[in-house]
Design a protein around this ligand. Structure first.
Ligand code: NAP
Length: 490
């Protein structure tokens, strides 16, 4: 049930009756029932980059605030642990660990908000709630054959090689010669790189041993990365492209015809894109030279296929699995950001044994009480303040959609935290003490849910590091929640 002051606020029709701005609110009688809370209890839902950056900023800028970070997994760090490619280790974990070790912060793992505890229950226990739970789902292709074995989302594939418990059984069949990745973003390049990287290079990363075992047996020789638009519209960035170009044992396949006229058009584009285009052009039109010997030795290849939109996954003759993909040939209409791929009416069939759809991630609604824009896949908000729900905030991908790198999420999360602190200062959040975790713990315990703490994670962390040592890996990730709980004596 909503706290009393909330109901009162809703009854007044907030936010149609706009609250006075933070700067003049202190003189207003409107908020005389609210005063700046000295020891605010705040909770953050989600322990990925958005959650940790929000918590970090709150703790730094309010020296009395206490922040609980709720997480459905047994382990923290979200996409930093489960989304970033194993050959791209991130050092932000050290910063997040410092935040979690603060005596004003607590990690509450193994708690699924929306199931084990509702958002209104959290709102009743805390002065403010920040939803930072990211994008747990993938966008669907919505084409026939998408459900066939041999088709999977890049998100699940990434989760599998990174040890995400829900994807540990994926076991992709890599006995085919050709894989097709649909979409030309950085996730597509991550997946292509992992499929083609010599396994001896992956052996020193924290990729799971199970994934490594499957990749060692892989028969995949060619990976096509397919985009519905042209080279000028690719979503990946130059660093990731450069890595592909220099991937040992592989050669790129680019059709120079796709790049005709591009040289002139890239003069007008912003510098980072211009540099990316120059690298693509150079790779597509390179004459045999210094790289020729290396390329001649290449046993694997990756190619960028442009102006092709997925139309249907083609079944094998027995109909049991994917055997190819039918692509609609496209042309571009419109200019700049509005450039769209329009089917020409022609199609092309590309035989393959594995189809990975990498057309973007998607957030899910967390709780019926929280507004959700299912078209945009975000929680409607103004600078992180959830529309129509005072005291509720959001940050990261669930706030702005699944785009941007970790630093984008950092800036975005700091901004949400600033808005929350402004509201707190202006007396817009409930006054009086709030029980925080004490109340939630009682609820969870009555429901048979046992949260895990950050020191529990540190035990699991030590176990992972020790298991990795023998193999020269930074860690061997634990992927089975039952085993993790057993190790914790739960
Ligand atoms: P993304 O960057 O949004 O790329 C999605 C790709 O899918 C685009 O090429 C898009 O083409 C295509 N697409 C979307 N809908 C489609 C459809 N219906 N049919 C065919 N193609 C479709 O998404 P992402 O690769 O999942 O990455 C998410 C974010 O994480 C990005 O901001 C990315 O930079 C970031 N990330 C960064 C790194 C890194 O820094 N190394 C690694 C991984 C992810 P259109 O442009 O035509 O829509």
């Amino acid at each position: 049930m909503a706290p009393r002051c909330w109901r009162w606020w809703h009854w007044l029709g907030w936010p149609r009756i706009r609250p006075p701005s933070a700067s003049n609110s202190t003189n207003s009688g409107f908020y005389r029932h609210f005063s700046a809370q000295k020891n605010p209890q705040i909770c953050v839902v989600g322990s990925g980059p958005a959650g940790f950056y929000t918590a970090q900023h709150l703790l730094k800028h309010h020296t009395q605030a206490h922040v609980d970070i709720y997480e459905k997994q047994l382990v923290p760090f979200g996409l930093v642990r489960f989304g970033v490619a194993p050959d791209h280790p991130e050092n932000v974990i050290n910063t997040f660990t410092q935040t979690a070790r603060s005596d004003r912060c607590a990690f509450r793992g193994n708690v699924m908000v929306g199931k084990d505890v509702t958002v209104p229950e959290l709102q009743g226990a805390y002065h403010a709630v920040v939803l930072s739970y990211g994008a747990e789902d993938h966008r669907r292709l919505e084409i026939p054959g998408e459900e066939l074995p041999g088709v999977c989302s890049a998100r699940a594939f990434v989760g599998w090689y990174n040890g995400l418990p829900e994807n540990r059984e994926l076991a992709p069949d890599l006995s085919c010669d050709t894989a097709v990745i649909l979409g030309q973003g950085n996730v597509a390049l991550d997946v292509a790189r992992i499929l083609l990287t010599p396994h001896e290079h992956l052996e020193k990363t924290d990729i799971t041993e199970a994934a490594l075992g499957v990749l060692r047996q892989s028969q995949v020789k060619t990976v096509w990365i397919v985009g519905r638009r042209g080279p000028l519209q690719v979503a990946f960035t130059i660093k990731e492209l450069r890595e592909m170009i220099h991937l040992p044992g592989t050669r790129p396949i680019l059709d120079p015809a796709d790049f005709l006229g591009l040289q002139d058009r890239i003069k007008e584009v912003p510098r980072p894109r211009k540099r990316l285009m120059e690298l693509l052009l150079q790779t597509a039109t390179e004459k045999p030279g210094a790289g020729a010997a290396r390329q001649a030795l290449a046993t694997r290849a990756w190619g960028l296929r442009f102006f092709r939109s997925p139309q249907q996954v083609l079944p094998s003759p027995d109909g049991r699995r994917a055997a190819g993909i039918r692509l609609a040939v496209t042309r571009l209409e419109g200019v700049g950001e509005a450039t769209q791929a329009v089917p020409t009416g022609d199609t092309e069939d590309l035989p393959c044994g594995l189809v990975l759809s990498s057309v973007g991630y998607k957030s899910r609604p967390i709780d019926p009480s929280v507004p959700f824009d299912s078209k945009l896949g975000i929680i409607p908000n103004v600078e992180g303040r959830v529309v129509d729900v005072p005291g509720l905030y959001c940050s990261g991908w669930v706030k702005r959609g699944p785009t941007g790198v970790i630093t984008t999420t950092m800036t975005d999360s700091f901004l949400t935290s600033q808005m929350l602190l402004q509201d707190l200062k202006a007396g817009l959040l409930p006054s009086g003490p709030r029980p925080g975790f004490t109340a939630i713990q009682a609820l969870l315990s009555s429901r048979g849910v046992r949260p895990v703490s950050f020191s529990d994670w540190e035990k699991l962390d030590a176990e992972e590091v020790s298991r990795g040592q023998g193999a020269g890996k930074p860690r061997e990730k634990l992927v089975d929640p039952h085993e993790m709980l057993r190790l914790l004596g739960h």
